[in-house]
Structure formats: C-alpha cells, structure tokens
Design a protein around this ligand. Structure first.
Ligand code: AMP
Ligand code: ZN
Length: 460
C-alpha cells in the first residue's frame, strides 16, 4: 500500500517516497527545556510518533531525530529567576519531558541531539553563510540577510513586504533589513557562551535545527515536522540557512500539525489556562491523553476539554473490556496489514479519526464473533492499537487500574470480594449485597460469572 502525506511546501497530498529506497530520515523540532511540556506540545510528539510507527511498517530503516533546545534566552531567564544553574534547569526539564512523553506511549526517537553538543556545526554553518554573502556581522551579532535569498518565504507563501507588515520580526539597529534574523548573538560574562570568530556568544534558535540536521541526518532529509506556528519564521529560516549554505534540497516533505485549543482558547505558555502533561497525568492515564490527541486529524484544530478526555477514557475502557473477554483466546501472530481498513486510513495522510472508527468496527465484530473467528479478530485489533500506540496495556490491569490516588486499591477490592464470597457460602446474602453496594459506591463494578467474580472501575 502506498503512503500519501500532505506536504506544506506543495499545499497538497503527495505520494511519499524516501530519497533512498528503504531508508527514511525524519526530524521534528523538539522542546526548549525550561518548563514542563503542556498538552499542546504533546500533539506533535504523538502525531509524529504515530507516523514513526507507520513508516516502520513500510521501510527497513527509519531514523527519527528530535532535538533538545538546551540553550535559549528563556532558559537563561528561568535559571536566573530560580537562582539555579543553566545545567540544572535543562537537565531537570529534559528528564521530565522524556518521562511525560513516555507516559503518552511515545517511542524514544532514534536520535536526540542537544544544541549545546553541536556548537561547532553551527559555527561552520554561519561561516559558510558569511563566505557566500548571505550573512553579515554587525555589532557583535551575525545576521542572515533575507534579501540575499531569491525565494525567501516560499514555505509560508509570504513576500518580504507581508513579513514586514506582519511585524512578527524584531526591528533592531544592528539589522540591515528588519526581516534579517540572528544567527549568532553576543553573550556577556554572566551568560553562557562559546568562543567563535565573532567573539564569545551563543547561537540563534533557527540555526540549531539546520546545523543538527546536516550533522546527524545529512544534507537532505525526507520529513521535517512540527506545529504549524513553526512554519514562519522558524522553518522558513531553517530553509534559508541550509539552502544558502549548502545548496541542494533541504527537506522533501514538510508536515505541520494544527493547534490544540483549550476550551476554545488557543493554548500557550503565557495563558493561565495551561495544562501541563504532568498535571493531566494526575487525572488521566497517558494512553487516554494520547487517544484524545489522535481523535482529530492532525491538520485539524483540536478542542481539548475535560469532556474529550472522559470520552477517550470511556472508549478505551470499552475496547479493553472487549479484549478482556477474549484474554484467554490464543491469537494469530502475523497480521497482513495491506487489506486492513485502519491501515488504509493511516496511509491516507495519517487519518487517525477514520482509523479509530475502523478500530471500533473491529471491536464490534470481535464482541459478536464466533469462537473460531476470535483469534484473527483479536490479533487485528491489537495490531491496529499498536500502530496508534494504544491498547498497549494488559486489559485486566487497565480496567482495574486506579486513576486517582484516593481510589480503593486492587488488594482491598480483592479482600472484599473474598469476604463477599464467604458470606454467600454462608448464605448471608444481606452481607454479600452490602459488600457489592459498598464497592459500587466506591466506583467498583462487580461482574459475577461461572468462572468467578471479575471487577472493573467505573469511569464517570
Ligand atoms: P514550543 O515549546 O513552543 O517551541 O513548542 C514545541 C512544539 O509544540 C512545536 O512543534 C509547536 O509547534 C508545538 N505546539 C505548541 N503549542 C501547541 C498547541 N497548542 N497545539 C499544537 N501544537 C503546539
Ligand atoms: Zn527546528
């Protein structure tokens, strides 16, 4: 089956073919590590993790790099404010980022380059730009001259005039043109800095991705992703740097996710409605957050709300209930994906809502299936789940798992179930009913069957 992806550069879906047959290179702009990731930041992570999983079904080798921005003015400010060293800030938030993203079932990327380990590559890139007259030194800064590039603005479809009118560019005395952007800036003694031909300083943010892509993945990569706010200026500037320094094609397919809004309001770090992934994980399991993030197509805005999460929780519970009912069913190992409707949906520009609808259809079939059909259907359902990074838990563990710390523990539930069993044997049905009632009040539903009593947590 062929894979089509929407390429922001072309403004349409295209057949995806890597530059080198069988080998894909993908780069996604990663976090600036000075605070906790919010749920909006998790959207590109979950989207591109799903793409990473899908690409692995097509190609032998998929190299996925996601950088860590560990030098940036916001980090310096956070360290100063907290009276801490830069290293302690970046180490703390890199670790927390990795932990949070792992909770969302996001696989570790193949490479995780840190900006501060790649300063030499950045200095080389600036030198090449100066030599080719695309960059100039001014007042301790090095700037990229946007007028020196013929088709600057191609990705975002903006002309230089539009950009100036948009006023998202910073005007400063040391710039020849307001749209010129910083490649290198001076550091004073108190700030982190590296020696360079232009004095002690530090790199501009846009430079980092261009230099690390070149150093770790090569001159041309297949896929470059991030949220759509990065199209301009970040990705536009990456293109300018890489193409002007090295010639050649920088990125073959540009992919951008739409934004996640919190109850109608655009989420950003400066708003009071920020919900960090860590905070949300105190209320919902990571897989619920992931499922909610995948419930909309990645190019559509997603309204994130408590209702959405509750719905995601209920849907996953019902899928896990279906799986628990076939827990003892042996299953076929290999699932040929080619004819699977969920696979077809994912190969159509990562259409996760359609894939999820196909998963529902499979679960329904499995629920009603004759014994002989169960192994095949169960394997198909799990294969679909694996591609989306869901249904990765043991069904019983999922259905019995506590989501909040004040919930009754599994051990205490088992004790009460045993006590109820003894009461029934002693024909003390009043006590048995009381126990059922008490558990129900604490959110535990009992299901009696010939094999014994099973339980699950209610999720409203
Ligand atoms: P930042 O830390 O702001 O550079 O963001 C890291 C990544 O998260 C980038 O790819 C952003 O485009 C993306 N991002 C930030 N906020 C949101 C949001 N509300 N919805 C979707 N993606 C976002
Ligand atoms: Zn980047």
């Amino acid at each position: 089956m062929s894979l089509t992806l929407y390429n922001t550069m072309q403004g349409r879906k295209e057949l995806f073919e890597p530059l080198e047959p069988g080998r894909v290179t993908m780069y996604v702009c990663g976090p600036t590590v000075y605070n906790l990731a919010h749920i909006g930041n998790a959207r590109p992570v979950v989207v591109f993790d799903t793409l990473f999983r899908l690409l692995q079904t097509h190609f032998d080798e998929v190299i996925y790099a996601r950088n860590i921005t560990d030098i940036e003015d916001k980090i310096i400010a956070a360290a100063k404010e907290g009276g801490r060293s830069i290293d302690s800030v970046t180490e703390e938030f890199t670790t927390k980022y990795r932990e949070d993203m792992a909770q969302l079932n996001a696989l570790a990327p193949t490479l995780e380059p840190h900006a501060t380990d790649n300063i030499d590559a950045m200095i080389d890139l600036i030198s090449a730009l100066i030599e080719k007259r695309h960059a100039y030194e001014s007042d301790g800064h090095v700037l990229f001259s946007v007028e020196s590039m013929e088709n600057y603005g191609k990705l975002s479809g903006r002309s230089l005039e539009d950009m100036q009118a948009g006023a998202r560019v910073e005007v400063a005395d040391y710039k020849r043109y307001p749209g010129d952007f910083v490649l290198w800036k001076p550091s004073d003694d108190a700030d982190p800095g590296w020696r360079s031909p232009w004095g002690r300083g530090r790199p501009g943010w846009h430079l980092e991705c261009s230099a690390m892509i070149r150093a770790h993945l090569g001159e041309t990569i297949d896929i470059h992703g991030g949220g759509r706010d990065l199209i301009f200026p970040h990705h536009e500037n990456e293109i300018a740097q890489s193409q002007c320094a090295y010639g050649g094609d920088y990125v073959r397919y540009w992919m951008h996710n739409a934004f996640l809004d919190m109850d109608g309001e655009k989420m950003s770090k400066s708003l009071g409605n920020v919900r960090t992934v860590r905070e949300l994980l105190g209320h919902y399991r990571g897989e619920v957050l992931r499922f909610a993030l995948l419930s909309a197509h990645y190019r559509s805005p997603l309204n994130f709300s408590g209702d959405l999460l509750d719905q995601a929780q209920a849907t996953l519970d019902s899928l896990y209930s279906t799986l628990r009912a076939v827990q003892d069913t042996e299953m076929d190992r290999e699932v040929p994906l080619a004819d699977e409707p969920f696979y077809k949906a994912l190969n159509d520009d990562l259409n996760t809502p359609v894939a999820i609808a196909k998963i529902h259809a499979l679960a329904k079939q499995l629920h009603k299936a004759a014994e002989t059909e169960k192994p095949g259907l169960k394997a198909r359902l799990l294969a679909a789940g694996h591609l989306l990074g869901i249904l990765e838990h043991d069904p019983t563990e999922w259905l019995q798992g506590a989501t909040t710390s004040e919930a009754i523990s599994a051990a205490d539930i088992e004790v009460l179930i045993e006590e109820r069993q003894q009461a029934k044997l002693a024909k003390d049905y009043t006590r048995a009913d009381d126990i059922r009632e008490e558990l129900l009040m604490r959110g535990i539903v009992l299901e009696d069957s010939r094999e014994g009593t099973r339980w699950k947590r209610k999720t409203d």
